[in-house]
Write a protein that binds this ligand. Structure first.
Ligand code: NAD
Length: 428
């Protein structure tokens, strides 16, 4: 899939530069917004179960906090680089701005493969990460959350370490906490459901009914599973999903032309979103190469795994039937591939709008943590629906008025809001 030489940060900056030009931003504002305000790089010595020490590399990048405390997940990934974290922190700034929540953009990461770490080693790693940045993050500074290969358990260990260091209870320090320990109902579903709230609105714009559409999905983790769940509730059919096969060290696709059975597939999936190949085959699913998910005769593609999945090399393998791409993952489409999709008239819901349901629900979690009163799941999800729908319609309006693709329109709204906050504060 991804061409590993592609630099996610260069891509994020190129996207920003294009919008800065469109908006005619002054040089100081451009300089401010195309780079992170602050970044922390640290070594994390962790005691392993055999008594030895191993040192991991950790990062926290704070791109911009003009509109409120930084917000963004922490990823555990063996191929993590600081440039990936920088790009993701910038996208968080635009994401919070486009859904109009009072938060800025940050991101964190650790270069590690949790598949090869015991739970105790992962706990030690989480605590070490918090000790490294405990003075530079917090409820009014920068609020972490889960991301690829981190969970509510990791967040709770991090919260516990933060509270030990600061000597108090600070549930607003981190989001994605377990329900009952300051977490919000609906957070697990939020990103995937948010993707589908935007798909539902886009289908109206395209004059399509969900029940007449087919979709193919890259990934079968948190985002993908809940996107599939709600899309199926709307009447849609998912014919193909893919995942990373840890044992074979390659991506793999699973297809059923009549539609995959979500519950069946969930039962044979590990907690990292890896589907058991043999069990899938025994359930009658076709087991196919990793790229096959992209080449399906469907109306909707939902990339919900990693960045740089749709590139110049594979964009032409996308079927002419595809009318809509909803970017569940961050940065799944490279700019050259994006250009081809634009020429072909494919309606693309850009990542920082499509997958903003997670951060929007994190914001709702912070609100609930601060007032120490928690809403029912339906209330959370209906607030989420209202916020996501209104963000989608704002972007659609700019897209129509300025005759811009959805990605450029979302950028125009987000960058304008952040630039205005920087100007109004007198920063630039
Ligand atoms: P996850 O770890 O739960 O799942 C990731 C899935 O991607 C797994 O099924 C894994 O097997 C698959 N995968 C990994 N490499 C792959 C490859 N090369 N080919 C095909 N599949 C591959 O992660 P998630 O939380 O679902 O996040 C997925 C994406 O969505 C990431 O880009 C993340 O940054 C983004 N995102 C997540 C959230 C959230 O709330 N979880 C919010 C916003 C954005």
């Amino acid at each position: 899939m991804a061409s590993k030489s592609f630099n996610a940060f260069a891509m994020a900056q190129a996207q920003f530069d294009k919008v800065a030009e469109l908006l005619g931003l002054d040089p100081a504002t451009r300089d401010m917004l195309r780079n992170p305000m602050r970044e922390y790089h640290f070594s994390l010595p962790v005691r392993m179960d055999d008594g030895s020490f191993r040192v991991f590399r950790g990062y926290r990048v704070q791109h911009n906090d003009a509109r409120g405390p930084g917000k963004g997940g922490i990823r555990f990934h063996p191929q993590e680089t600081v440039d990936t974290v920088r790009a993701l922190s910038m996208w968080m700034t635009w994401k919070c701005a486009v859904v109009n929540i009072p938060l800025g953009g940050s991101k964190g990461g650790v270069v590690c493969d949790p598949h090869h770490l015991s739970m105790r080693e992962q706990e030690n790693l989480c605590r070490a990460w918090v000790r490294a940045v405990a003075r530079d993050v917090g409820p009014v500074l920068d609020v972490p959350a889960p991301d690829v290969m981190t969970s509510s358990q990791h967040m709770l260990w991090m919260l516990d370490e933060f509270e030990r260091i600061h000597g108090g209870k600070y549930p607003g320090f981190i989001t994605g906490k377990p329900v009952g320990m300051g977490g919000s109902l609906g957070r697990t579903e939020a990103t995937g459901y948010g993707v589908v709230f935007t798909i539902r609105e886009a289908l109206k714009e395209l004059n399509l009914r969900a029940q007449d559409t087919l979709a193919s999905v890259q990934g079968f983790g948190n985002v993908a599973q809940y996107a599939i769940e709600l899309y199926r509730q709307l009447g849609g059919t998912v014919v193909c999903v893919s995942c990373w096969d840890q044992e074979a060290q390659e991506a793999v696709s699973f297809r059923n032309q009549k539609g995959i059975e979500l519950d069946q597939l969930r039962k044979i999936t590990d907690r990292f979103g890896g589907i058991d190949r043999k069990k899938a085959a025994s359930l009658g699913l076709e087991v196919l190469p990793g790229d096959v998910w992209l080449e399906q005769e469907v109306d909707i593609l939902i990339p919900a795994a990693l960045e740089n999945s749709i590139t110049a090399d594979n964009v032409n393998t996308i079927s002419r039937r595809v009318k809509l791409i909803a970017e569940g993952a961050n940065g799944p489409t490279t700019p050259d591939a994006d250009h081809v999709l634009k020429e072909r008239g494919v309606f693309v819901i850009p990542d920082f709008l499509a997958n903003a349901g997670g951060v929007t629900c994190s914001y709702l979690e912070q609100v609930q943590s601060n007032m120490n009163y928690f809403w029912e799941k339906d209330e959370v999800l209906s607030k989420l629906d209202v916020m996501m729908t209104s963000a989608f319609l704002d972007v659609l309006k700019v897209s129509r008025n300025r005759k811009l693709p959805m990605r450029d329109s979302a950028y125009v709204i987000a960058v304008e809001r952040v630039a205005r906050a920087c100007h109004d504060r007198g920063w630039v």
